[in-house]
Design a protein around this ligand. Structure first.
Ligand code: SAH
Length: 366
């Protein structure tokens, strides 16, 4: 089966040579016509993957309460941007705004800014959020956010950003590239020349065959620069690691892992988020970074237990089981549960102090 994007990528490689992994990933996810996110809503049981806000309203509600507490800590500015990066269907933001209604001044001060490239998901976000009674605006890039203090939420956004990969050999790091095999099919290969650049990213010595991943620092830098300049904080929730080596590029199709080269534009592609790199970018801009904490610990600190009990009291018996199962899926540490796999990193401007849900001892040093 050959998709139009696969044909286009093969022609590109034939003309220009093998592509860096980041270029391949960017084309698969963001090609204006055939990119994965440009053409579909990938979320939910019928899609390719499910996210925390789609599992339970409790997730967005607790993040909404986090935003309210943070806003108070910021001195309750009379106007601020409530920003979400990669808002999916808008579910998280809708749940957050509903929970935040307990403090009407928060809703009156909030302008919602959504950073989203997908036209399909922008339309879904508009449908979900139109009734919220808060002004909405969309932007294609973090750089386009308006001036002023910001509270930023990003759930499963950074894992969708392109990464480059380097593989260690005796003579140095070689960039991994997507090229063509003898039959003309997409295949991974290595740039024969070592890449001196990668030495600068590799924090420690690595054995032969080790894979180094490097995210494009642009979006993290834009986010950190905005918070440093205008004040506020960001909560980044994703699956990831704190540095080290390993190939984490993965494709998901219909809730199953797939070959990242098999169906360009037809399957989701992600890489685990390097939280240490994200924190380094933030510290470099003068922000403080806290965590990463396990998502389970973080949600429990924000009151997941009490929220689940409250919803269960109001629900029918069948609904009670579903609420309990959802709380476990969000916070549990077993297989298929998200509590430890997903991590939470907070970035905050110096004026904000320790973000809600974090302890001063969880502040990261340089
Ligand atoms: N946060 C949502 C959706 C996660 S899926 C949830 O938790 O359900 C990733 C989201 O990021 C989608 O909305 C996708 O369209 C968006 N996205 C992916 N790459 C992007 C980019 N480069 N710029 C802006 N948005 C992007």
């Amino acid at each position: 089966m050959t998709s139009p994007l696969a044909a286009e990528i093969r022609a590109l490689i034939a003309a220009e040579g093998p592509l860096p992994v980041s270029r391949y990933m960017a084309l698969c996810l963001g090609h204006p016509r055939y990119g994965y996110y440009m053409t579909r809503d990938p979320l939910g049981a019928k899609g390719d993957f499910t996210t925390a806000p789609e599992i339970s309203q409790m997730f967005g509600e607790l993040l909404g309460l986090w935003a309210v507490a943070l806003w108070q800590q910021m001195g309750a500015p009379s106007a601020f941007s409530l920003v979400e990066l990669g808002p999916g269907r808008g579910t998280l933001m809708a749940d957050a705004l509903r929970a935040a209604r307990l403090l009407p001044a928060f809703g009156a001060a909030a302008r919602v800014h959504l950073v989203e490239t997908s036209p399909v998901l922008r339309a879904a976000q508009q449908r979900t959020l139109d009734a919220c009674g808060v002004p909405l605006a969309w932007h294609g890039r973090i750089e386009d956010l308006p001036e002023g203090p910001a509270i930023v939420l990003a759930n499963e956004f950074f894992d969708a950003l392109p990464v480059d990969q380097y593989v260690r050999a005796a003579d140095g790091w070689h960039e991994r590239r997507v090229g063509l095999d003898a039959d003309g099919a997409l295949s991974f290969g290595l740039d024969p020349r070592p890449s001196p650049l990668a030495d600068a990213f590799a924090a420690s010595a690595a054995p032969d065959g080790a894979v180094l991943e490097r995210m494009d620092p642009g979006p993290a830098l834009a986010l950190a620069a905005h918070l440093a300049r205008h004040g506020g904080a960001a909560l980044v929730i994703d699956y990831g690691h704190a540095g080290g080596f390993g190939d984490t590029l993965q494709a998901l199709s219909h809730h199953r892992f797939a070959d990242p080269l098999a169906d360009p534009g037809g399957a989701d592609l992600t890489a685990h988020v390097d939280f240490a790199a994200l924190a380094r970018v933030a510290l470099g801009q003068g922000l403080a970074a806290f965590g990463p904490l396990g998502q389970g610990d973080f949600l429990i600190r924000l009151g997941l237990g009490a929220r689940a009990e409250r919803l269960m009291r109001e629900a029918e018996p069948a609904g009670q089981d579903a609420i309990e199962a959802a709380a476990l899926r969000l916070a549990g540490s077993g297989p298929g549960q998200m509590g430890e796999l997903f991590k939470v990193l907070a970035l905050s401007a110096p004026t904000v102090g320790v973000p809600p849900g974090f302890d001063p001892s969880e502040r990261r040093g340089r």
